[in-house]
Design a protein around this ligand. Structure first.
Ligand code: PAF
Length: 284
């Protein structure tokens, strides 16, 4: 397994593969890898000849300095995990190479409206940071495929929009959310939960499952369902940010006859923000 920090060396390495006619799957990460990341990589291995994994804790997508500072950085563990599953190459760029000028002055990619609701509303600038760094990484790696988890549903939608609207020649592959046995969606942030927070955390999954079940039984009072879910989370010890029943097409409020829905939630335990979602198809 090769590890590159330098952009030019990585490009040359990938070019050699491409000249042999090999296809490339790319899995961008911020490290602190868990089983969810490994599933993205497994998917990449199925669809392409080579898999490149990037590890970069992207400062531009953190809207709180402390969140960036506390984000777990576990490069040695990550490298061992990637070696064990025979990933072809790690790209771990340096901040000064991705943002050679002041971050504020960097050309940015943003997706209006979709990037400003839900997570975008609560974390201003977050998605511009995500789409900017993903665009930069796509330009560097030039993959045929890029794999993203459905756990970050809004992020996945934004990336699909960016790729379509900027005519990027990469196929986006979505991989289902990986969950712990009690339903908690896997996330690098879970490592920061203390024992009592960890015990409460699966309540997000319970709440999402319960909403989906009630909608399937015919309950169409979405706003009541959302309010009840927020109250349930708050009573369990979370500070809920939102529980939202939206249309899968654009994450807008669904029409009464909408059949492709997604229920999204964000809630904090202490200073740890957890997000999750559950798609729901009502198609006959
Ligand atoms: O989902 C993540 O880990 C990050 O947002 C990503 C896509 C690697 C961009 O920094």
């Amino acid at each position: 397994m090769n590890i590159f920090t330098d952009i030019q060396s990585l490009r040359q390495h990938i070019l050699n593969w491409k000249q042999q006619g090999e296809s490339i799957a790319f899995v961008p990460t911020m490290g602190n890898l868990h089983a969810g990341h490994l599933q993205l990589i497994e998917h990449g291995k199925h669809i392409a000849d080579r898999v490149v994994v990037s590890i970069f804790v992207n400062p531009m997508q953190f809207n709180e300095a402390n969140d960036f500072k506390n984000y777990p950085r576990t490069f040695d563990d990550d490298r061992a995990k990637l070696e064990a599953i025979a990933v072809d190459c790690i790209f771990a760029p340096l901040e000064k190479d991705l943002y050679p000028v002041n971050q504020q002055l960097t050309t940015k990619v943003s997706v209006p409206v979709l990037g400003e609701i839900l997570e975008g509303e609560s974390r201003p600038g977050h998605f511009t940071g995500v789409t900017t760094v993903v665009c930069k990484l796509f330009n560097i790696v030039q993959p045929d495929y890029a794999c993203f988890g459905e756990k970050d549903f809004q992020q996945l939608m934004l990336i699909r929009h960016m790729v379509a609207e900027l005519n990027m020649p990469v196929q986006i592959e979505a991989v289902a959310t990986c969950r712990e046995a009690d339903g908690l969606a896997m996330s690098s942030r879970n490592n920061r939960l203390n024992q009592s927070q960890r015990a409460i955390a699966p309540e997000i999954y319970q709440v999402l499952s319960s909403i989906c079940e009630q909608i399937k039984q015919g309950n169409k009072d979405f706003s009541q369902l959302e309010h009840e879910a927020v109250a349930t989370l708050n009573n369990s010890g979370f500070v809920a940010d939102y529980v939202a029943i939206r249309s899968v097409a654009d994450l807008g409020n669904p029409a009464a006859d909408e059949v492709e829905l997604v229920v999204l939630a964000a809630a904090c335990l202490g200073d740890i923000r957890l997000i999750d979602n559950m798609p729901l198809s009502l198609k006959a």
